[in-house]
Design a binder for this molecule. Structure first.
Ligand code: ATP
Length: 214
């Protein structure tokens, strides 16, 4: 189970390794930004996934070869909308895409984590949207933080932020782990259904708690 992230295992025991997950639009980025401003070392796998599929990103050539230039946009980045439609319709396509992206995300994750640890951050936070679904993190992380809010709040936020129709957002939610399963796996739950002010107070508390981890 640990094998996929085994190159990170050298960090285990040296500094706390925190997993941060939550459903789409729950507020993972908001929480990791706040933790980052408090001095945490943030490795955001979603950001890495975007970087490797941006124009000239390291995954672009392989994606073009596998799926055709049609799946790139005018700037040469992955056409996310088109790819999302394909992988929802064809599980095989999802597998092919992940066979390209996952090893590259893993490499970059390891690189960033090692660099941040060498810089002396007090702890590392791995932001992994599908942490529960991927199954490869459980043996590595010391504490799992789940950002949570009611599904209706997730739907409203994502519709607004990404300009997606409700049905599309609901489809994404259904493809992710169920809220109750995520909550059941959590060591720490951050409630994010109220204001940013409330969230900030919760995250300050979380930061203090993580600093206590031996
Ligand atoms: P995704 O999984 O889609 O990347 P995420 O879990 O990282 O999302 P964020 O990007 O942090 O979530 O938040 C989703 C949207 O909701 C953003 O537009 C953000 O500004 C907004 N948002 C997050 N938390 C709150 C809050 N407490 N109050 C109001 N809006 C919020």
């Amino acid at each position: 189970m640990v094998s996929k992230q085994s190159d990170l295992s050298g960090l285990k025991g040296r500094i706390p390794l925190i997993g941060l997950t939550g459903g789409i639009g729950s507020g993972k980025t908001a929480v990791s930004d706040l933790l980052g401003s408090l001095g945490a070392g943030i490795v955001d796998t979603d950001l890495i996934a975007h970087q490797i599929t941006s124009p000239k990103g390291v995954a672009i050539e392989a994606i073009k070869e596998q799926f055709g230039a049609d799946y790139l946009d005018a700037a040469g980045a992955l056409n996310r909308g088109k790819m999302r439609a394909l992988v929802f319709a064809k599980p095989e396509a999802r597998k092919n895409l992940e066979a390209i992206t996952h090893p590259l995300i893993r490499l970059e994750t390891i690189k960033q984590a090692k660099r941040l640890a060498a810089e002396g951050v007090p702890y590392l936070v791995f932001v992994v949207p599908l942490l529960l679904e991927s199954g490869s993190w459980q043996g590595l992380i010391d504490q799992l933080v789940v950002v949570d809010c009611p599904e209706e709040v997730q739907i409203t936020r994502v519709m607004q932020r990404s300009n997606l129709p409700r049905a599309e957002v609901e489809k994404i939610l259904q493809a992710q782990a169920a809220r109750k399963d995520r909550l059941a796996s959590a060591d720490i739950v951050i409630e994010n259904q109220a204001s940013f002010e409330k969230l900030k107070a919760e995250v300050n508390h979380l930061h203090e708690k993580i600093l206590q981890i031996k």
